[in-house]
Design a protein around this ligand. Sequence first.
Ligand SMILES: [Zn+2]
Ligand SMILES: [Zn+2]
Ligand SMILES: [Zn+2]
Length: 766
Amino acid sequence: MGHVSFHGTNPACTAFGLFGPRGSFSHTPMPFSKFSVLRAFARKIGNFMPRRRVTNIHYYAAEDDDDDDDDDDTLVPPSTTVSLHRHVTYSINIDTDRTSVRTTFYEAPSSPKRPRLSLAESPTCATPSDGADFHASEPLDLEYICNRLEDIEADLQPRRRTAGDRPLLEWIPKADQFLSELLRLEGRGDFTSIDCPTCAGGIPTYRCMDCHDAALYCKECTVTHHIWNPLHRIQYWTGTHFRRVTLKALGLRIQLGHAVGVQCANPQQAFGNDFVVLDVCGIHEVSVDFCACELALPHTIQLLRFRWYPATSVNPKTAATFALLEHFHLLSVQSKISGFEFYLSLARRTDNTGVSPPKDRYHSFMLMVHEWRHLKMMKRAGRGNDPGELHSTLPSEDTDTWLLAVKGWEDDSSCPNPFEIKRSTLSQAAIRLQLAEEDAEALRTGKATILHEDFTASSMIVVGLELEEHQRRLKVDAAALGQHATDLQRAKLIERQNTLQRKIDAWREHVPLLLPSAVCNKIPCDTSLLEQEWRLRHAQAHDVLNDLRGHLELRSHLYKYKDRFVRGQHHNTRARTIITGVQSKVDADVSRYRTAQAALVSMAAILGKSGWQAALWPLNDGDVRHVTEGEDGESEGRRTLSWIWKACGAVVECDKDGRVQEHLQDSLRREWCKARARAYRWWEECKLLEEEMRRVLAFHVWMAQRWRGLLDRQVFTSPGYMEGANAYAHRQAEIRLEMHNKCTFAWRHVQEWLSLQDSAPPFTQD
Ligand SMILES: [Zn+2]
Ligand SMILES: [Zn+2]
Ligand SMILES: [Zn+2]
């Protein structure tokens, strides 16, 4: 009475089993019932890839009752309902040595099918009718399964190769022919007539590279044809080959301020007649005439109405087409292209030889992009439809509190510093203060260890630790100098070396610092000295861990920031430099920690310290990672935390055994709590999903209403502006409703899928 087990709620994980070699099923002692899950997947796969898949799939039929569990070989058409089942209880009868399992069944709808591949749907493979015609609402796991199956099957089933599998091989014999066609286009092709095809009077010597017309026309006809396309690129037939020529040179003038083709009564040539327009096809010099009639609008407005964006708001001599700005905006967002690289390609599109480069308008271009993005943002936020709208949002309570804290600190620096992260471990500075106080007390009572006439023992150790830090930094900086360091850089380093040497000389004569921890295992050492260094080292180790965590936080933030926001060569280089700086700090922290930890290890045995290692482990390279980073090869959800994040702020009292135990217990408890929290988050994720989907739908509806509410706001007096603003609001409302409908359709089964999960959260008492 065994059942195939189906753990968890994701049907994807069991589906792979179906496509293993047949033998993998038959040799299994456990018979199968309830194979409909797999059947459902098989059916789907059959739908997706009818060309290659159907014959390879075996459907296993089995009754649900316990008597009938063999004969799993029968081929039956798949059923339309999908039922999933999972185990609830296991029990083993010791006498009979039999296992019994009680299984609970759930009904689930089938996943949506892939619309574009469902052409060969057979009548037996009925799927729930979709009714609507959305095209892109496929859950990712299905896509993934299909790809996986394709891989698996390609390995299992050798198949005759078809021509379609090797498109390059197909193409190679035709390459020469293709090349000839490319070359043919360098000449006039079929259009060698001596008369212009439109006017029949002129000599056809001009051809447009951007019109879908390879015919040649005379000069006048070319100009006439391009009144509506003034930014096309024209070629001139010299008699032997084509040469680039501008429409400006042919005499095309672009009249702004009137409908295209209407002659202005008082045209005013653009200042200097060297107007430049940047367009998707390149950088064009054009002849522009502004309108200077009685009711003429400002030049910038005339340009904007022509869908050209002016580079300056006074006497513009450069503009970019709206199409170009949109194109670049999308490219930069989707492909991280930098403005400079984009501009270079545009310039090359205009002239790829470098013989006559277009005028440099890079800075104007970047300025226009900057303004364009800002305008787009305002438009999308509804600023144009309701100027008051943007100011009506209030800062959150948190922001208010933080603001108050910052302001309070700025006014009075004795207030708590809001930029400082609160640390729970005693810092090195705090320990130093404590030791100084204790020294004062010892001196007063005459119990002090006298090492030097000017220094107490503890202050010598403090200075020793400082010198150690100096040495370390010098070493790092010297390593970073590199081959091409300037004389000044070298000089500075040597000066610092000298300063350190003087400090060391003033303290002791030997360069090795010989702090108590370094010598305690070779020569007898005063315990009180060791104890003092122990306390400083212990605090130092915790300090360094704090610094390390801070620097890792920063590094992680910088990486994310760089990925998301940094565009362009200049900014990328800067971001990389900053990250390198932080990385060197991380490296220094690691080295400092290792020194402190090694010192602690060497002193621990003599001082009889134990338990401190619960919070101060040896730091391996693999431990140096951010809290969100797992070790290599770890997946989300199974990720382990580096120990450095677990030891946060743990003050380890290691004198008494009881305290140590307590501490270990403590960290275990904390780990358990974290594991539980993680499990909860996964469970919660499903709950949140429902709520998120509800909110997304509600948000789309709300946005649609909001845009409708922005209709007829009387922001503008002129009807043209009013109609435009209303049209934009209508369009946005429509987009929101379409998004709402699309989401509703795409998520139509999610509710049922979610009902498969456990209703109770994990780790609860039964
Ligand atoms: Zn003509
Ligand atoms: Zn054209
Ligand atoms: Zn005019």
